[in-house]
Ligand binder design. Structure first.
Ligand code: NAD
Length: 267
């Protein structure tokens, strides 16, 4: 049974990379609502981040810390994991969510953008998983959830680095699941379609201006062209899926690719 009685994660500790914005922040909130202590991570305005951190503590009666780790740096990830362990005494949940995008034809794709996307969207997950697994193995319990994309399963032109990194993240998930299969540590990957985050809001406004059309038209005819339900995925629904995977009902789910894409990859 999916038992997510309020605060069923009380006493646990969760690291959510890239949680100063969008999907990561939404996941952090849902985990906190269910009782997990949180390590926030990502870039942004210091005061805004502190406001979110305090909000999590006040609203959900948990403890939250902030790590400024740049996840393209393995040593910074190791420090984030060590700080989290020192503060909470444990790391039970890891959400690899930090990600960036860059769009260009492959012939023009800058090498440094390729390197940055591979580092931030894929290698960071490897480094974080490597750092948390010994701690999870100590307790013989853990939940690792990678946030890939529909682009972890299918491609779009001009997104070579992003598509390669997200396909890689799907592969990495399967390997970790197999290596941990006889423990109580699971590793799964969520593949969302378009989610309305501040990043996407910006794109909509820019496209509307560039094409001289309304924002609704941009959403239906350009952005959600590949997404049959023509609706954005809600970030908090991705958080709810993460919570489900952390519950006892999720214990047999490992190495799973969970699409939340409004039918995109059904085509
Ligand atoms: P966002 O830009 O709102 O958030 C990205 C987060 O990652 C921010 O907190 C940012 O500070 C952080 N980040 C970026 N580089 C970092 C680095 N080097 N070190 C640490 N943190 C860093 O984006 P989002 O839309 O919430 O995307 C979150 C994840 O979901 C990404 O992996 C993205 O690929 C994936 N995703 C997004 C969508 C979408 O439509 N928004 C769809 C599918 C998958």
């Amino acid at each position: 049974m999916f038992n997510s009685s309020e605060q069923f994660l009380k006493g646990t500790s969760a690291i959510v990379t890239g949680s100063t914005s969008g999907i990561g922040l939404a996941i952090a909130k849902v985990l906190a609502k269910n009782g997990a202590n949180i390590t926030l991570n990502g870039f942004g305005d210091k005061d805004e981040i502190e406001k979110e951190r305090k909000m999590l503590e006040g609203e959900y009666k948990i403890k939250a810390i902030y790590s400024p780790a740049d996840v393209s740096q393995p040593e910074a990830i190791q420090k984030m994991v060590a700080d989290s362990r020192e503060t909470f005494g444990r790391v039970d949940i890891l959400i690899n969510n930090a990600g960036i995008q860059f769009v260009a034809p492959i012939i023009e794709f800058p090498q440094e953008k390729w390197n940055a996307i591979l580092n931030i969207n894929l290698t960071s997950a490897f480094s974080a998983i490597k750092a948390v697994l010994p701690l999870m193995k100590e307790k013989n319990w853990g939940r690792i959830i990678n946030i890939a994309s529909a682009h972890g399963l299918v491609a779009s032109a001009y997104k070579s680095a992003y598509v390669a990194a997200k396909h890689g993240l799907v592969g990495l998930t399967k390997v970790v699941a197999l290596e941990m299969a006889e423990t109580n540590i699971t590793c799964n990957v969520i593949c969302p379609g378009y989610v309305k985050t501040p990043l996407v809001d910006k794109q909509i406004a820019e496209q509307a201006k560039a094409h001289g059309i309304g924002e609704d038209q941009v959403v239906k005819e350009i952005l959600l062209k590949t997404q049959p339900n023509k609706k954005f995925i809600k970030a908090e629904d991705i958080g709810a899926m993460a919570v489900f995977l952390c519950s006892s009902a999720g214990e047999a789910m490992t190495g799973e690719i969970i699409s939340m894409d409004g039918g995109w990859t059904a085509q």
